[in-house]
Write a protein of this length. Sequence first.
Length: 288
Amino acid sequence: MPAASRPPRRPNFRGTSAADIDRYISGLVPARPPELQRMEEIAWTEHFPIIGPAAGNFCYVVARMAGARSVFELGSGYGYSTAWFAQAVHDNGGGTVHHTEWEEELSAQARKHLEALGFADIVTYHVGEAVQALRDAAGPFDLIFNDIDKHMYPEALPVIKEKLRSGGVLIADNVLMGGSVLRPRTGGGPGQGIREFTRMIAGDRDWTASIIPIRDGRLVARRPGCGNRQACPDDGWGHFVHLGGLEAGGPVHLCEAPCCRNGGHETWQELYMAPSNRHVIFYSARRG
């Protein structure tokens, strides 16, 4: 068989369960504050679903890499995932994490935990239906975390796309649904909702996405950094952005990449109206 057509070699996990792998990865997570550990104990004793330390640390890392300072959670429970995002936003220089929850009791419990963790000035609370709360929010957001009822994932996606900034990141929880996504069936159900959601993203060229099989699966997707812009290689030190087909005097949409909009950077514009294509060129560079 030609090398190009061979199936990829699969790791041999014979005799190893998903729980074993999760325990191993969780054991590599740095020590958590006592209050966060108490939240994990509550989930264990009360059988309350939380994302857990491995997935929580993963969310923290993604939010840090994205430079997220505005995060909206769709479904927050008593604030365990919120705590990881709040820590990332704090470490990114400060901002806001939006906690959403149907039940007032859980929202109040989350407030208590998150204040004990020192995040009183970072978290904003919404009690009500999460997707409607996102519709009503000003936005755009650097990162949106989706953990609502799984059959609602497809319905939520257009709202998420509208409220996520160019270059922003979507994290969706439970996209493997215990393997139910591998067993398609008619009549709906959580697995069917997840399958539709992931196919919507896979078929939309406005998203770049991958699934990470930590615990029950996390989908990470990124919107293009510059909307209809043809290129925006953002390496953190400087980039050019080219816009084609603009009429003289027409509107110009400035780049929203973190290296342009965050503090600690110096930006300027170089305008060049080429006779052939009227491209506009922007340049951004870091101070020093």
